[in-house]
Design a protein around this ligand. Structure first.
Ligand code: RP5
Length: 158
């Protein structure tokens, strides 16, 4: 983890950590350095502004539940890509719609509910457009997935 990391992960609360861990697991597999911070759009808005402005990351991942303003708040402070990860709760559509239904002009990319893993892969794909090493690690990751599907199919044959 480092301050010069190409990916900066924000989570709205420490309670989002299980989703963030799905994300960091994939980033570690792909050998991508990351910074990770608990910072809330509503509870610590000034801290969020400072973190985003000071960050040298190329991609932000923002993980949040409930009204999930965090990804949009990050996006409002930067021109870098922001990937929002909605977190499940009592009402699952709230965080999904909060991320997908951004007003015109401030887009946020969105992945599925609790899909920290996909957010990491999408961030890697963005980095991979200008980083051969990341691209190669992504190709290896896809090859491993394909091998697993084939092995699963073989395992259920009589
Ligand atoms: C959101 O509210 C957080 O991202 C979290 O998903 C949810 C609940 O937060 P806590 O009450 O657990 O701090 O802002």
């Amino acid at each position: 983890m480092g301050t010069n990391a190409p990916v900066h992960i924000f989570m709205g609360s420490k309670s989002d950590l299980p989703v963030a861990e799905k994300c960091t697991k994939v980033l570690k597999e792909l050998e991508i350095d990351y910074a990770i911070t608990v910072c809330s759009a509503h509870r610590t808005p000034n801290d969020l502004h400072d973190y985003v402005k000071d960050s040298s990351a190329s991609v932000f991942i923002a993980i949040a539940g409930l009204s999930a303003a965090l990804p949009g708040a990050v996006a409002s402070h930067t021109l870098k890509p922001v990937i929002g990860v909605p977190v499940s709760g009592k009402v699952n559509m709230d965080s999904i719609l909060s991320i997908v239904q951004m007003p015109p002009g401030i887009p946020v990319g969105g992945v599925g509910l609790d899909r920290g893993d996909n957010a990491a892969l999408l961030a890697a794909q963005i980095l991979g457009t200008s980083d051969e090493r990341v691209l190669q690690n992504l190709q290896n990751h896809r090859a491993k997935m394909a091998d697993k599907v084939r092995a699963d199919s073989a395992s259920i044959q009589e």
